[in-house]
Design a protein around this ligand. Structure first.
Ligand SMILES: *Cc1c(COP(=O)(O)O)cnc(C)c1O
Length: 411
């Protein structure tokens, strides 16, 4: 293999027939006609279902599975996910509305995130959703609003643990954080929850995101269980639920490989009976976003122009960083790397040239693929960016430069 040529993680979840990538059983050019215009995101229902089922089959029975809307809040997709999981996790009043619209029982919808406004707290308490408390101030606000509404708010306490998820793409626990309350303060808040008569559900301990190392996830989960058992001694009653976070990653870049769920499942099988015995039968939940939806989605953009500048080929497309910030390398990457990319209507053709795929924005940051080997493509061809089902459309600055929004379809 030529190692100085940029490569990307191989993709095989979407079938190819007659040279066309198929999504939801539909050939990409036909799907583009059906959508009506490019650029668009397409999410494959059958792949979403298969991923959730396979994960459940691999994990110990009795573990609850939650979907985090932050990864992809498209209403049709969330509706589909609501039939595959036991709970929905939201982080804003807007996401709460989408979650409630699915018909998921409010007691299985949890609302986490720092800086919840009184309006958002009111929405959640009125709906009967579970609030994940992130500070003492928020705790007092929840009690005050609950009293004013004549309702007893359901709450979990979110803990910022004294450890982090190693080798994760994004750390969200350990050290000083804006998320949750430091474990050192937890006993005080647990006392206050009890004094104020809130309906305490349990503990939420989330340490990180986008981790491909099963050992690191299993280790963090063990520390999470140990911490939960220690903290539970400080609560007036046994927790009903322990949300141990998630952090399961998906491969994006050359050299990355899929997460092995086996070692995580083995570790959970070891802990579940122990935790349940020690915590008075509490159920345990895993909350996942990216892992459940990321690989089921693609972003599709059409070649508008083909330019050669000093020997380098640029495919200029109608889509770019304003729709897919992450693929452009501008959502948290330190060094820009290429997402997996293909010419979706030339899947049987050999790589013919090295090209860069760029968007229409007047900034060099608007790069979807840099010097990749692709089949020779021209105006009208459909460029596909894989691994785009999570942190794509909703995580991009769509107003930047005033181009039309990307469409989204679930097929
Ligand atoms: C972002 C987030 C998630 C989802 O993370 P993924 O990496 O998409 O699985 C889960 N829980 C909390 C609290 C989050 O903030």
């Amino acid at each position: 293999m030529n190692s100085d040529k940029p490569r990307h993680a191989p993709q095989s979840q979407f079938p190819v027939r007659d040279g066309h990538l198929h999504i939801g059983g539909i050939a990409l050019p036909r799907l583009a006609q059906r959508v009506g215009r490019t650029p668009f995101y397409a999410y494959d229902r059958a792949l979403l279902t298969a991923r959730a089922r396979e994960l459940r089959a691999a994990l110990p029975a009795g573990l609850r599975l939650h979907y985090s809307l932050k990864a992809n809040p498209m209403p049709a997709l969330v509706q589909h996910m609501s039939s595959l999981v036991d709970g929905l996790d939201v982080a804003s009043g807007g996401e709460l509305k989408v979650a409630l619209d699915t018909g998921m029982q409010a007691q299985h919808i949890s609302f986490a995130g720092p800086g919840k406004t009184d309006a958002e707290l009111t929405q959640a308490i009125a709906a009967g959703a579970v609030l994940h408390l992130e500070s003492l101030r928020e705790l007092e606000s929840v009690a005050r609003i609950g009293e004013a509404l004549g309702l007893r708010p359901m709450v979990m306490l979110r803990i910022n643990p004294d450890f982090e998820l190693k080798s994760s793409g994004m750390k969200m626990g350990g050290g000083p954080r804006q998320f949750g309350v430091d474990v050192e303060q937890a006993p005080q808040l647990l006392r206050r929850i009890s004094e104020l008569g809130l309906d305490w559900q349990g503990l939420h301990i989330f340490s990180g995101s986008q981790c491909l190392n099963a050992q690191a996830i299993a280790e963090t989960q063990s520390k999470t269980f140990e911490l939960a058992l220690r903290l539970a001694d400080h609560a007036a009653q046994a927790p009903r639920l322990l949300n141990i976070g998630g952090g399961f990653g998906i491969p994006y870049f050359a050299g990355e490989t899929a997460l092995q769920v086996g070692p995580i499942a083995d570790n959970l099988a070891h802990w579940l009976p122990r935790a349940q015995a020690a915590l008075g039968g509490a159920t345990v939940a895993l909350e996942l976003g990216r892992y459940l939806v990321g690989e089921a989605g693609i972003y599709v953009t059409q070649v508008i122009d083909r330019k050669v500048s000093r020997g380098q080929v640029f495919l200029v497309t109608d889509g770019g960083m304003h729709h897919h910030l992450a693929a452009s390398g501008n959502l948290g990457q330190v060094i820009r790397k290429n997402y997996p990319v293909a010419v979706g209507n030339r899947m049987n053709e050999k790589s013919g040239e090295t090209v860069s795929v760029v968007g229409p924005l007047c900034t060099p940051l608007d790069m979807l693929a840099e010097r990749m080997e692709l089949p020779a493509a021209d105006v009208g061809d459909l460029i596909v960016i894989f691994q785009s089902g999570a942190y794509g459309c909703s995580a991009s600055p769509s107003a930047f430069l005033g181009h039309p929004q990307a469409l989204e379809v679930l097929v």
